[in-house]
Design a protein around this ligand. Structure first.
Ligand SMILES: C[S@@+](CC[C@H](N)C(=O)[O-])C[C@H]1O[C@@H](n2cnc3c(N)ncnc32)[C@H](O)[C@@H]1O
Length: 237
């Protein structure tokens, strides 16, 4: 019993998602599938499509699959893959993506069944901060990424100045209904608390095969300045 509770306490968040009921996945989707929050995913989709000429693209922690849908609208020739530790999220993604060809799988990025050097592009949005084994998971990304290609992680960083983010959030919230105006700041506060400082991202990456070649850029998404885009390059031999 003690062993179990210690184990649960140690998790960064992936454990709760792996047990998420279908209702929880639907609620998550309902809350986020709304302008201007949803515009953020469109911005990320544009960014990714610019970086990806063709081939296989994997979205880790795809959740309800909305990013894959936007990518498909921009470039229907990409072969899309989505992975999520939550079976409920994958069930919902199947429903949301029923009109487009996509390969969806429930499981953790720590160990996957994808072949070596398989993906032209790998991405993840707001999922890395939840992974209990970040270094091992980055090694897995390294294994399944093609040489000469990159992975792009979009995450929030918790050392953003409180003033800067509150100001941007205020503007953003004006466009939302009352329920999202109440829940939005609470969810964002929790996200920031759970996430990493910018230097933590570097500390983790430095322990992996990506240590030789990576960048961390601070960016705004949907007018919110608390994001980083982490580019991890697998160099050609
Ligand atoms: C905050 S949600 C983000 C969902 C989606 N990317 C979005 O932007 O709306 C984080 C997602 O990451 C998934 N996840 C957490 N840990 C994971 C892991 N180790 N492997 C794969 N997916 C994971 C969760 O189940 C959840 O769906």
């Amino acid at each position: 019993m003690i062993g179990i509770s210690l184990n649960v306490m140690k998790t960064r968040g992936e454990h709760s998602f792996s047990k998420l009921p279908v209702f929880g996945a639907r609620l998550y989707d309902w809350l986020l599938f709304k302008e201007p929050i949803y515009d953020g995913l469109r911005e990320i989709a544009h960014d990714l499509v610019l970086e990806t000429a063709g081939g296989n693209l994997l979205d880790i922690g795809t959740g309800p699959g909305r990013l894959l849908k936007e990518i498909n609208l921009l470039n229907p020739y990409l072969e899309l893959y989505g992975l999520d530790i939550s079976a409920s999220m994958i069930q919902l993604a199947r429903k949301n993506l029923q009109d487009i060809p996509v390969n969806l799988l429930s499981g953790t990025i720590r160990h996957t069944k994808y072949e070596n050097d398989f993906f032209n592009t790998i991405t993840c949005t707001g999922s890395f901060y939840l992974w209990d084994y970040p270094e091992e998971s980055l090694e897995e990304i390294y294994r399944i990424l093609k040489r000469g290609h990159s992975a792009y992680l979009y995450e929030v960083y918790k050392d953003i100045s409180e003033n800067e983010y509150q100001l941007a959030l205020k503007k953003n919230l004006r466009q939302l209904d009352w329920i999202r105006r109440i829940l939005g700041p609470l969810a964002l506060r929790k996200l920031l608390n759970l996430s990493y400082q910018t230097e933590d991202f570097s500390r983790i990456i430095e322990k992996t095969s990506f240590a030789e070649s990576y960048t961390i850029e601070k960016i705004s998404i949907s007018g919110l300045p608390m994001w980083v885009r982490i580019t991890l390059n697998k160099n050609p031999i």
